[in-house]
Design a protein around this ligand. Structure first.
Ligand code: COA
Length: 326
């Protein structure tokens, strides 16, 4: 049984930059508050004409280019997103067509900010089963289109972008050593988009009440995230007999700098072994870990043989980790 190996990465973020100074002009906030409480300085905003599959397509093309395989060699496409092009069909199907990946089965996974690692886990199961050999996994979000730009408690947090990886069976001891995926639906209402689904279909009232936008009880989510992620990372390393001192790089979901620091502290990991790019992109949900992984690869932060730990936490609530030997 061969485990999966990430053979290439890619990412894309829209050109438009929205800074904290820009937000100071539209809601009652300050650069100082946003920087201190979150670590975010700016985020990317997709153009009016850009949707999730457009961003995903750019990231996927870059990962394909770096892999040396062509789109028609892909046998599976998994897209992690909560801001897909349409309610149906899946964004993965739209992406399949845009890439010309006609031999791939394509489907979406909704696990919010944990979606990319959930998708890695699902992809790796297919690789281990031996049924698929060239899997494209994309994390993509156009959160700006679901953000209430009048709500200062959420609009300063989110951004748009996409990250992608190609996974193949590993021929040596490198690859995905383990994945851990978890959910707890009793906290569903802490972070949600209430309207637009079968529970609250679109109506004049839902529009008037701004129910199609992201609602978050941030402080409650924050406390659960810190505790859960601390346990998750220690459990994952223990399960794999990897001491934190052997970890070359932690690539955390980029939601809040204070959450990232708390998780690193729990592992006694100095911040130079933690990948952080939250200041540039904010929280891009399912795209966050995928974009960070691509940047870490491109900037030479990951070498062959390194142990790399990915982790994320998000709506659902969901949380997930993946330990990789590069
Ligand atoms: N600018 C200025 N003040 C703001 C503000 C903003 N953009 N947003 C909120 N505030 C105010 C609040 O109204 C509150 O004021 P009050 O004390 O007068 O009521 C005060 O700041 C503190 O708010 P609070 O929500 O307790 O702050 P916090 O320290 O918890 O930080 C978040 C808020 C959202 C940054 C933080 O809770 C967080 O990151 N949560 C988790 C996000 C996350 O991980 N999500 C999961 C994955 S998507």
């Amino acid at each position: 049984m061969k485990t999966g190996k990430i053979i290439s990465t890619g990412s894309y973020y829209p050109e438009k930059i929205l800074t904290n100074a820009d937000l100071e002009k539209t809601v009652e906030t300050t650069d100082e508050w946003i920087t201190e409480r979150t670590g975010i300085k700016e985020r990317r905003i997709s153009a009016e004409t850009q949707c999730a599959s457009d961003l995903a397509c750019e990231a996927a093309k870059s990962a394909l280019k770096n892999s040396g395989i062509s789109a028609d060699e892909l046998d599976m496409i998994i897209v992690a997103t909560v801001t897909g092009d349409m309610q149906l069909p899946s964004t993965a199907c739209v992406l399949q067509d845009k890439l010309g990946a006609s031999n791939a089965v394509a489907f979406d996974i909704n696990a919010a900010c944990s979606g990319f690692i959930f998708s890695l886990s699902v992809a790796n199961s297919f690789i281990k089963a031996g049924s698929h050999k060239n899997i494209l996994v994309v994390g993509v979000e156009c959160l700006s289109k679901f953000t209430d730009w009048e709500d200062r408690t959420t609009c300063v947090l989110f951004g748009d972008g996409a990250g992608a990886v190609i996974i193949q069976p590993s021929d040596d001891e490198s690859g995905i050593l383990s994945t851990d995926i978890h959910s707890d639906g009793k906290y569903a209402e802490l972070l949600c988009v209430p309207a637009g689904g079968s529970k609250m279909p679109p109506s004049e009232d839902t529009l008037k009440n701004r129910d199609h936008y992201i609602k978050m009880r941030g402080n409650e989510v924050f406390k659960i995230a810190v505790k859960t992620l601390e346990n998750l990372v220690t459990d994952t390393l223990k399960k794999n007999n990897v001491d934190p001192s052997q970890l070359s790089l932690l690539i955390p979901h980029q939601a809040n700098m204070r959450i990232i620091q708390a998780t690193a502290a729990r592992l006694n990991l100095p911040m130079d072994r933690v990948f952080v790019n939250i200041e540039k992109y904010g929280n891009t949900s399912a795209a966050s870990v995928a974009i960070a992984l691509d940047e870490a690869v491109r900037t030479g932060r990951i070498k062959r043989g390194d142990h790399v730990l990915l982790e994320a936490f998000g709506a659902g609530l969901t949380w997930a980790s993946a330990l990789i030997k590069w």
